[in-house]
Ligand binder design. Structure first.
Ligand SMILES: NC(=O)c1ccc[n+]([C@@H]2O[C@H](COP(=O)([O-])OP(=O)(O)OC[C@H]3O[C@@H](n4cnc5c(N)ncnc54)[C@H](O)[C@@H]3O)[C@@H](O)[C@H]2O)c1
Length: 380
């Protein structure tokens, strides 16, 4: 009989992680999770508060064969912190998890990062399964070993790398995402096309016409673009840093908005800021800048002026100064490291053959930010 799901193998250096995906296949995926975990005595199901319906169905299937201990987390940037990780660890121990147990993360990137870090710390490493339910998580965050949480100065400043045992996604879970969040969450796919896979633009544009019907294609774009880079650079400290494109200004916007501007949307703004910096200082051609606006406009973002105007400029400067790429390459005080393009699909090389990160004065980023903030997308 034909399997109700397909399977990809994601390589992270020497580690190979199975990624199972399909549509309307939750019972089969839950059975596969148990089969792949083998000898497991309990599961801590860390679930996103916003996906209780999907999580109940998964928990019921898992509970046929193993003790399931659910713990709900509010998926908000202000809770993506070490105290929440601590709460998960205390809960795991209080509920009797052992070294034979596993942590299953069900939700978006926020819950994936929280549970991922908790799994890495519990008993110095417990098996981790990701069940992603957002486009950011399913098509991007799980194609990464990074498990980071926020500190008071900025995003993802504490964390580790951790290899999951398995990723499994019923694409039907994503169907409950509000249309706007589904679309803006696809900014990471736009990023993949701009930075690494311009040949995938027609496929992405087709998928963005009716994203709910094109989730498989979107998953393939995410994996196809990023997988070769994380295979060669599993810690994303060298060549795979190109996927930080749009994340310097993007993280600052996301952090300063307190998460009101969600990750995908923030990355979209961040890419427009990066394109503006590159246009002014690295000769990015007008056609290439236009390609950014053309693709970002398909994400149905609200007008830039209304979204970005309310954000405190000093707070954005401070968040840029605390960016978590500091130290990857030379960067003077008052500068920040950015991934920049000199044309679509080609990054500006970093200094002295180092990682593809360019030091940029924070004031130059702020100038570009003001330009993006002033230009409502409709006017482009
Ligand atoms: N390499 C990495 O680890 C990596 C990569 C990309 C993003 N991230 C992180 O991921 C986070 C953003 O993740 P996200 O965009 O998935 O958002 P999220 O996890 O913050 O979730 C956003 C909202 O969507 C809700 N939600 C989740 N699934 C849903 C569903 N199926 N139906 C309806 N609502 C649903 C959540 O409850 C929440 O309210 C950021 O913190 C970012 O830093 C990490």
């Amino acid at each position: 009989m034909r399997s109700p799901y397909e399977e990809l193998g994601l390589a992270f250096g020497d580690a190979m992680v199975p990624y199972l995906y399909g549509t309307d296949c939750t019972p089969a995926l839950a059975a596969a999770v148990l089969e792949r975990l083998g000898d497991v005595d309990a599961i801590l199901l860390v679930l996103d508060d916003g996906v209780r319906g999907h999580a109940d169905a998964v928990a019921a299937e898992l509970a046929r064969r193993v003790r399931v201990e659910p713990v709900a987390v509010e998926a908000a940037e202000r809770h993506k912190t070490l105290p929440t990780v601590h709460h998960l660890l205390e809960t795991a121990v209080a509920r009797g998890l052992t070294r034979r147990s596993a942590v299953v993360a069900m939700g978006g990137g926020t819950v994936g990062n929280l549970a991922g870090l908790a799994a890495a710390l519990l008993f110095r490493g417990t098996r981790l399964v990701h069940l992603p339910t957002t486009p950011v998580a399913a098509f991007d965050a799980t194609v990464s070993l990074k498990q980071g949480v926020n500190l008071s100065a900025g995003k993802n400043l504490a964390g580790t790398y951790f290899v999951p045992a398995l990723i499994a996604c019923d694409l039907a879970w994503l169907s409950t995402m509000p249309r706007h969040d589904l679309l803006t969450g696809l900014a990471e796919m736009v990023k993949n096309v701009l930075v690494a896979a311009p040949g995938l633009e027609p496929k992405l544009v087709r998928a963005l016409e009716e994203p709910r019907l094109a989730l498989r294609a979107l998953l393939e774009i995410g994996v196809e673009a990023k997988a070769p880079y994380v295979a060669a650079d599993p810690r994303e400290r060298g060549g795979a840093l190109i996927f930080e494109y749009g994340h310097t200004a993007g993280h600052a916007v996301e952090f300063v908005s307190g998460g009101a501007i969600r990750h995908g949307e923030a990355v979209a703004w961040g890419m427009l800021v990066a394109a503006e910096v590159a246009r002014r200082h690295h000769g990015l051609a007008a056609d290439d800048v236009a390609a950014h606006h053309r693709l970002v406009a398909r994400l149905d973002l609200p007008g830039a002026a209304t979204r970005l105007d309310g954000l405190g400029r000093d707070a954005i400067r401070a968040a840029l100064a605390a960016d978590n790429k500091r130290g990857y390459g030379p960067c003077a005080p008052g500068e920040v490291l950015m991934v920049l393009l000199d044309s679509v699909g080609r990054t500006v090389p970093g200094p002295a053959g180092g990682p593809p990160l360019v030091p940029v004065p924070i004031e130059a980023v702020m100038d570009a930010f003001e330009t993006v903030a002033m230009n409502a997308l409709e006017a482009v």
